[in-house]
Design a protein around this ligand. Structure first.
Ligand SMILES: [Mn+2]
Length: 366
């Protein structure tokens, strides 16, 4: 368990019990990714409440560091590996919390399900304090171990991308290319995908979040490949725009503008500058080429346990970048019914600047 993070939050918010109920926050603090809740009472052993079917898996992940309590609505004999409580999740959760007789309980309310929040408010005999922002802030700064996991996830995604480039031929479908990308990531040790791989060719590439289709890839048209791997619960997120044949001159100018915007934005990343400054940089370059009207999304986002997490590189996020943050930089140009271009890399904010974790060619013609 990330005891340092937990004790910092407990101290800062002056709470005597910390409760985390969302999969991502539980995964961040314990390594167990699944349904349930983490309960950390002050001066007592932490508990991980999980559905009975997850009890073996959770026990093997937390290895005695955290006590596992399984809930089930069935009647079960006493267990040899842990405690079983009969009841529904929210009933068992609130009665466990109440048994500690705490005065101030911190819960990650923002990301918790609405009906669970209401139930907790009605059934816990303590004041409830939201600790969502504190967990979110802690998650932004990656530890050495988390950075290593992301590095691996990036390396795996690059192998999937390499397979795409090697296999790319005219007449293949977008779905064919998704299969090759995902197979390539699995071959490289992906434990899952950060999100469903996007392959969008020709006019489909004008949709930033396209769903891959059976459309066949033609020569000289952009093909956006956006992919990410999961490694030890951590995500990567990379995008390249590929071409079979040659890049038409007008599209090449746009591609070069996007690359310039991406590289300039990356180059301005360092501790002390704000997330919105990086966005502004990329947007300014695209404006110089008259392409800003086609730049319809933010410049990037944090990656970690989730593929989209804080900070967001957009006009309104004034988060100051700090050493240990990992963010994507992904400007794009989308011309409706014609084509789209996007280039995305993952960048670690270092003590003195930045390190680009991915290193894949940006102009790719096969
Ligand atoms: Mn992304």
């Amino acid at each position: 368990m990330r005891c340092d993070v937990v004790s910092n939050i407990m101290e800062k918010k002056n709470i005597d019990c910390l409760v985390v109920t969302t999969e991502e926050n539980i995964a961040y603090l314990t390594g167990y990714r699944g349904p349930g809740a983490l309960i950390v009472p002050k001066n007592d052993r932490p508990l991980l409440l999980v559905p009975l079917l997850e009890a073996y898996r959770a026990s093997d992940i937390v290895k005695g560091e955290i006590e596992i309590i399984a809930y089930t609505e069935y009647s079960f004999p006493p267990s040899t590996y842990g405690t079983i409580r009969k009841g529904r999740f929210r009933e068992v959760l609130t009665s466990l919390i109440n048994e500690f007789n705490m005065k101030k309980v911190g819960v990650d309310l923002k990301s918790a399900k609405h009906d669970l929040v209401n139930y907790i408010r009605e059934h816990i005999n303590a004041s409830i304090i939201d600790i969502s922002t504190e967990i979110e802030s802690a998650r932004m700064i990656k530890s050495v171990e988390e950075i290593e996991f992301i590095r691996n996830a990036v390396r795996i995604a690059e192998k999937g991308l390499k397979k795409c480039v090697e296999s790319l031929r005219e007449g293949m479908s977008e779905i064919d290319l998704v299969r090759i990308a995902e197979y390539g990531m699995r071959e490289a040790g992906a434990e899952g995908y950060a999100f469903p791989t996007i392959v969008a060719s020709g006019p489909n590439a004008a949709y930033p979040h396209a769903t891959p289709t059976r459309r066949r890839i033609k020569r000289n048209e952009p093909i956006i490949v956006d992919l990410g791997a999961l490694f030890k619960n951590y995500c990567s997120d990379l995008t390249r725009t590929l071409f079979v044949g040659n890049i038409p001159n007008d599209i090449k100018k746009v591609l070069e503008a996007v690359i310039e915007a991406q590289e300039e934005a990356i180059d301005c990343i360092e501790p002390g500058i704000r997330a919105c400054d990086v966005d502004e940089k990329a947007r300014k370059i695209l404006t110089k080429y008259g392409l800003d009207k086609h730049y319809i999304h933010s410049t990037g986002h944090g990656i970690g346990i989730e593929v989209h997490e804080s900070p967001t590189l957009n006009v309104s996020d004034t988060t100051i970048l700090k050493e240990g943050m990992v963010i994507t930089v992904e400007p794009g140009v989308y011309i409706w019914r014609r084509y789209g271009i996007r280039i995305e890399d993952d960048v670690l904010v270092t003590k003195s600047g930045r390190e680009v974790l991915s290193s894949f060619a940006k102009v790719i013609e096969v």
